[in-house]
Design a protein around this ligand. Structure first.
Ligand code: 0X9
Ligand code: ZN
Length: 302
């Protein structure tokens, strides 16, 4: 009911999620974990692992409105994990997947309908400003308000009035904290082709950075094998730029998940955010390879 030759409207993505749950009720379920600022549902898809106590992985897409390849790749991942379940190996089946394909539905639709390069959510202007929107990847509550974020509502990297001021980030935090067995957090963005791990808030690394690098390298290798893209691996702050309040840092620093990654999908700047539709498929295959590789690290040995 979905294809990956074009970018889709939010309603089609949501219909696809509902369709998957209706068609594969023993394996897939949908729930609404919150509501966006503009009243749109945050639809989370669960793909159950083979055992009820299976390790679980969180995957999200579409935190940033203009990064259309991210929800496209994440819906591809869902489709593959469900329809071609056998093909993706024991690990993919031994893990429970929680997938939020569009974290920022209001921004996504705004980018489709009004302003292609819109980044933030659509939080209405508060007192003393005419600017809308909060950067959801500056709004998470770990080192919130630090380097690479802004207190000015008109800026692209506006962190919001306070940590978790936005319903989209608050819903993720509530869900992640209350879900047992979550071991990994994987957030898909674009562009640049990077596999990034904490920390993002500064040019420093957590104590287990060597383990995060090892798995990150594996992910990058699998991505290249999948469709040829080469991805650089490193800690976000030192590799890209320091930026506080990201989902990855919060998932590790506050929620205590060990493996947390931000993957910047294609390309390396030729098209940037406006990635042509014929590149959806190869990019989505790379995203699937990254997610599968991470799942393999979590799955209990056979
Ligand atoms: O700046 C961001 O939020 C991400 N790059 S993007 O071009 N997609 O906007 C990078 C986030 C990396 N992680 C942290 N800085 N925590
Ligand atoms: Zn982004």
């Amino acid at each position: 009911r979905m294809e990956w030759q074009s970018y889709h409207a939010l309603k089609d993505i949501h219909q696809f999620l509902d369709f998957m749950a209706e068609t594969y009720p023993t394996l897939v379920s949908v729930s609404t974990i919150g509501t966006s600022e503009g009243g749109r549902p945050l639809k989370l898809l669960k793909i159950s692992g083979d055992r009820p106590d299976a390790p679980a992985i969180w995957v999200d897409g579409g935190i940033h409105a203009r990064e259309w390849i991210s929800p496209a790749a994440v819906t591809y991942l869902i489709n593959e994990l469900v329809l071609n379940r056998e093909q993706h190996g024991r690990a993919a089946q031994a893990v429970t997947w929680y997938v939020l394909a569009v974290v920022n539905p209001d921004g996504y639709e705004h980018s489709r309908q009004r302003d292609r390069l819109w980044r933030k959510n659509r939080r209405a202007p508060g007192a003393g400003t005419r600017c809308a929107g909060v950067d959801l990847n500056r709004n998470f509550g770990y080192k919130w308000g630090g380097a690479g974020s802004s207190r000015r509502p008109c800026d692209e990297i506006y962190a919001g009035a306070q940590a978790f001021s936005e319903p989209e980030t608050a819903a993720i935090a509530r869900f992640v904290k209350s879900t047992p067995n979550l071991k990994a957090y994987l957030s898909f963005h674009s562009y640049g082709q990077y596999v990034l791990y904490p920390w993002g808030y500064a040019r420093s690394v957590p104590p287990d950075h060597e383990e995060l690098r090892r798995v990150g390298d594996k992910m990058a290798r699998a991505m290249r094998q999948a469709a040829g893209g080469s991805y650089r691996v490193g800690p976000a702050g030192a590799t890209l730029y320091p930026a506080a309040g990201g989902s990855d840092d919060w998932a590790k620093g506050a929620a205590g998940l060990k493996y947390t990654y931000t993957v910047e999908l294609r390309d390396q700047g030729s098209y940037g955010f406006v990635l042509p539709a014929h590149l959806i498929e190869p990019t989505a295959k790379e995203a699937l390879a990254a997610a599968r590789t991470l799942a393999e690290e979590l799955a209990p040995p056979a």
